[in-house]
Design a protein around this ligand. Structure first.
Ligand code: LMR
Length: 330
């Protein structure tokens, strides 16, 4: 009788604790619009995670800098106020020099080269380069090669003289435009549209999906398809949070992330083509496609910036990146 009296409340408590266990909340903050490769990736991650781990995880996605702006997201992640983010590789320069390599102009020929580099030992080492800061790199997502939009035609590097151009907060990108005589201005992505509208800046560089989803082309007449650098992301989490996840949830989330990464890669190429077309279909927009010789002139004007960062970027990394421009033979 006594035992029944004791066991009753214990069993009841155990039952209510299990029944009341809340799904684990994971917040994913990013700055771009939903119809972009990153916007798609975050939503797809939420969909698959909530499907495969039904009742166990709840993923809240905050696009368009609704929760944190570019600069705030790193400290928010370190404080575990947000658990997932995917800043552009250029934005990491405020917390590490290791990823500056991605901003070296004309380092990568195309998406495929970037992917080969990211899959290589060097690329995977970079993914782990933030461990000491409590940030875990979970993977890379692509967006696209950068083009430059402006309110005047940029046919040669000399046309950038005195152009006030919005850039991401990267010292390499800043130096690249200073070399060309432009006036680089670091602004958060959320502020770019307004800055263009108010003519505080006269140009900006970005991937096609960011231009189209923000309708920058309604405020800019010329787009030069330089493809001088790659805009991509590192998906990151708070390391302590990730390590404390129940092992089965963690490995399921990692598998889902791998699947989403494959989908984002396919989506990025297809979306770049579609959004490029949508931008140039607009009557006011004039697309400038440099010939091979003109591209070589852009390359020669921009690449001297590499020397400025020679002491900060490991030459072995650069060699690995350059090697990735060669397709591997099957
Ligand atoms: C930008 O600031 O232009 C981009 O990094 C935005 C993004 O996340 O793609």
């Amino acid at each position: 009788m006594k035992l029944r009296f004791l066991l009753g409340p214990v069993l009841f408590c155990a039952f209510t604790l299990t029944a009341a266990a809340e799904p684990l909340l994971i917040r994913f903050a990013h700055v771009v619009a939903e119809p972009t490769p990153k916007g798609f990736g975050a939503q797809r991650f939420k969909q698959l995670a909530e499907e495969k781990l039904a009742g166990r995880v709840n993923i809240e996605v905050f696009p368009s800098a609704k929760l944190y702006d570019d600069n705030e997201v790193f400290s928010a992640l370190i404080n575990n106020d947000v658990q997932l983010a995917a800043p552009s590789l250029s934005k990491f320069s405020i917390i590490t020099k290791a990823l500056q390599i991605y901003d070296l102009p004309f380092l990568f020929n195309d998406h495929a080269a970037v992917e080969r580099f990211q899959d290589s030992e060097a690329g995977q080492n970079l993914l782990r380069s933030l461990d000491s800061k409590g940030i875990k790199g979970l993977g890379y997502w692509p967006n696209g090669m950068r083009v430059i939009s402006a309110n005047r035609p940029l046919r040669t590097p000399a046309d950038l003289q005195k152009l006030a151009i919005r850039i991401e907060p990267s010292k390499v990108i800043q130096a690249q435009y200073q070399r060309l005589g432009a006036i680089p201005i670091k602004l958060s992505f959320a502020d770019v549209r307004d800055a263009l509208r108010r003519e505080l800046v006269e140009g900006q560089e970005n991937a096609w999906s960011n231009i189209y989803s923000q309708q920058f082309q309604t405020l800019q007449t010329y787009v030069t398809e330089t493809h001088h650098s790659f805009l991509g992301y590192m998906v990151i989490t708070n390391q302590a949070f990730w390590e404390k996840l129940p092992a089965d949830i963690r490995s399921e989330l990692e598998m889902i992330l791998a699947q989403v990464t494959t989908e984002v890669k396919a989506k990025a190429l297809e979306q770049a083509e579609r959004d490029r077309q949508a931008v140039i279909n607009q009557d006011n927009v004039k697309l400038i496609i440099p010939t091979d010789q003109e591209r070589e002139i852009w390359r020669q004007a921009m690449t001297p910036v590499w020397a400025q960062f020679a002491s900060q970027i490991d030459p072995k990394m650069i060699a690995a990146a350059q090697a990735a421009n060669q397709p591997t033979t099957p």
